[in-house]
Design a protein around this ligand. Structure first.
Ligand SMILES: *Cc1c(COP(=O)(O)O)cnc(C)c1O
Length: 429
């Protein structure tokens, strides 16, 4: 067998990749020496699709040429612009088009979803989240609990991995739902964990939560554009995701949101409303009697930022060119498997991979810790960054590396391990 740790081998894998041409749809940042960066940071900020730039420019010129008439003219009028994103979002998360909408930003959407789906009572007031949730999710949950006059010490259930383990076991999540379910109003977990890269079994969590009468929502920040999902069939109540990580739609771009259709005509759901959630046929009668749309769009507040939606449309069209999320996942599995094999083969004792090895529980990202006496992860991180790698470091000690299937290559994985190996050898010398 040929040695997998060689540029020739990696380039051969790239030559066999059926979607290798998609990399050319992106602008890859350059190092100061003019070479392309080894950009493995799509879990944090995805690269710019050329179509995103093109579509944003289209809308700038529509605005320049048409002014207010741009709301109703051109190929992509602004009035219904968010509707042009529904199909792409629905494919990514496994939903009906009316169950998804682009609006606000991720944390804002989590709050708006909790307004509707976290309705604590004296008997049922808890929210189950992870102990190591992304800080924004933790703050959102804690502040919702306080907003309802409850006490986070009593109402927040924090799931922790077992002592000595890095990731949560399915059976422990289900056990916590069994134990706290009767007093729990909401379960809010990630689709993919930001720190460890662990994929959660959203289907079984939703089923177990519903069996106990809880609402179940997911934060898909690291899942959207990374792994395929079936939110509709899994009966998930709601979900929210940002679009600037694996969805490559630009820094701070507008987020996505899913509300299962069984909630669309529930007149008793509380909601913080705005005019963009009003029935579109009568919205402009300005009558001040709120008639919600019978879709996830009912949760919209404002007319959305079109320049951001244009970037998202460019990104979603790029996903479509690649053949969709299932095609991307196929490549992603191969790419991440190759990266893991190289790390295990070349750095068996210096690197520990926190991300589960079972591919059911992992997406694109691998989270690494460096076990080197006298050198910490940050020192190694700084060294590889100086050598052309862009990935990220998360406190206290994790290097996150994410080969994104749309623009990363097997050669990127090879170069990353080559550069990492060199940095570790130099730190140990
Ligand atoms: C990236 C990320 C966020 C960021 O929230 P914004 O509202 O987009 O700033 C929140 N939660 C998780 C889990 C994330 O990964």
């Amino acid at each position: 067998m040929s040695n997998i740790f060689s540029l020739e081998y990696a380039q051969q894998q790239d030559a066999n990749d059926p979607i290798k041409h998609i990399r050319q749809e992106f602008t890859i940042p350059k190092q100061s020496n003019g070479e392309e960066e080894i950009y493995l940071c799509g879990n944090s900020l995805g690269l710019q699709p050329k179509l995103a730039a093109e579509y944003v420019n289209d809308e700038l010129s529509q605005w320049a040429k048409l002014g207010v008439k741009g709301h109703f003219s051109g190929d992509y009028p602004w009035m219904p612009y968010h509707e042009f994103l529904s199909e792409g979002f629905a494919d990514l998360v496994g939903a009906k088009t009316k169950e998804v909408v682009s609006m606000n930003t991720l944390t804002a959407n989590l709050h708006f979803m909790m307004v509707s789906f976290y309705r604590p009572t004296t008997e049922r007031h808890k929210i189950i989240i992870e102990d190591h949730a992304f800080p924004s999710d933790h703050y959102a949950v804690e502040s919702q609990i306080k907003y309802h006059g409850c006490n986070p010490d009593e109402s927040m259930v924090l799931l922790k991995p077992r002592d000595g383990e890095e990731t949560l076991r399915d059976e422990d999540i289900l056990q916590a739902i069994e134990e706290h379910g009767d007093t729990t109003a909401l379960i809010l977990l990630p689709g993919v964990q930001y720190y460890t890269g662990q994929v959660f079994d959203m289907e079984s969590i939703t089923k177990a939560g519903h069996a106990k009468g809880c609402k179940v929502g997911f934060d898909l920040a690291h899942a959207a554009g990374n792994i395929p999902m079936q939110l509709h069939d899994w009966n998930v109540d709601f979900a929210a995701w940002c679009t600037y990580k694996y969805l490559n739609s630009g820094p701070g771009s507008v987020a996505g949101c899913f509300v299962h259709e069984r909630h669309h005509s529930d007149k008793d759901l509380p909601r913080f409303a705005g005019w963009w959630g009003h029935d579109k046929d009568s919205r402009f009668k300005m009558e001040n009697h709120f008639i919600p749309m019978e879709s996830a769009e009912a949760w919209q507040l404002s007319n959305p930022p079109i320049l951001s939606l244009a970037a998202i449309r460019g990104s979603l069209d790029t996903v479509k060119k690649a053949g969709g999320i299932h095609e991307l996942r196929k490549k992603s599995l191969q790419l991440t498997r190759y990266l893991r094999q190289l790390l295990e083969q070349e750095l068996p004792s210096d690197i520990n991979i926190l991300t589960p090895k079972d591919e059911k529980y992992s997406g694109a990202q691998l989270s690494l810790t460096v076990n080197l006496h006298g050198a910490d992860g940050k020192q190694i991180f700084d060294a590889i960054e100086a050598d052309g790698v862009t990935c990220d470091f998360r406190h206290p000690n994790v290097i996150r590396v994410a080969p994104a299937p749309q623009y990363n290559s097997f050669a990127d994985c090879y170069h990353f391990v080559r550069i990492l190996k060199k940095a570790i050898a130099e730190a140990a010398a």
